[in-house]
Design a binder for this molecule. Sequence first.
Ligand code: ADE
Length: 246
Amino acid sequence: MRFDIFTLFPGMFAGVFDDSILQRARAAGRLEIATHNLRAFAYDKHHVCDDTPYGGGGGMVMKVEPIFEAVEKILGADPARRPPLILTTPQGRVFDTAIARAYAQQPHIAILCGHYEGMDERVRALVSDEISIGDYVLTGGEIPAMALVDAIARFIPGIVGDPAAPHQDSHATGLLEYPQYTRPLEFRGMRVPDILLSGHHAQIEQWRRRQALKRTWEQRPDLLARAPLTPMDKNFLRELGWSGET
Ligand code: ADE
């Protein structure tokens, strides 16, 4: 899978893409990431990419021409033959597992990182999607772009060691994940639950399911409305005080 990222700050991406799972995926040829500096596509000799807003008011606005130039040069002039282009902006739809999974089906994705106080509205004619990573405002769209690449890449087969893991993690099942433990058996008075040492796989599965339900009920009860729940799950949740419909 290939990502093309258009940004004013390509240096921000080093480190994140050069380490750990994403670096391994790149080295193995499963993931290709190219960053493109928008400044290189500005017309003037100072490579200016922002300007004051028409109508006055404070702040600076990202100029439209370098963005069109960059996208058309790198992705091609024919919009029908370009990959999806995502604009990272706090005004977009809020990113989640379903969006990450859907984009993981694509062979090629482009991301445009917003910056300054905003972008010339005409940039919207280029983009196919607008995504926010949450209801807060960051200084720019680079960190959101990194979050998108990371979350999408996890759903590409072969990138995460255990192929089932991304589909069992918190959110992927509609619930938060159950608690995990590894050695030592006891640490500062905190012991691993006995059930995990019992060797009874069916009972361990039931315990994990219940822990996932309990944790979701305690931390993110809003998720329960959309989670696929069995009649047994619902009975258990009702014991905890959940009053969802049957
Ligand atoms: N740019 C600034 N804040 C953002 C956010 N929350 N999501 C996506 N892009 C952004």
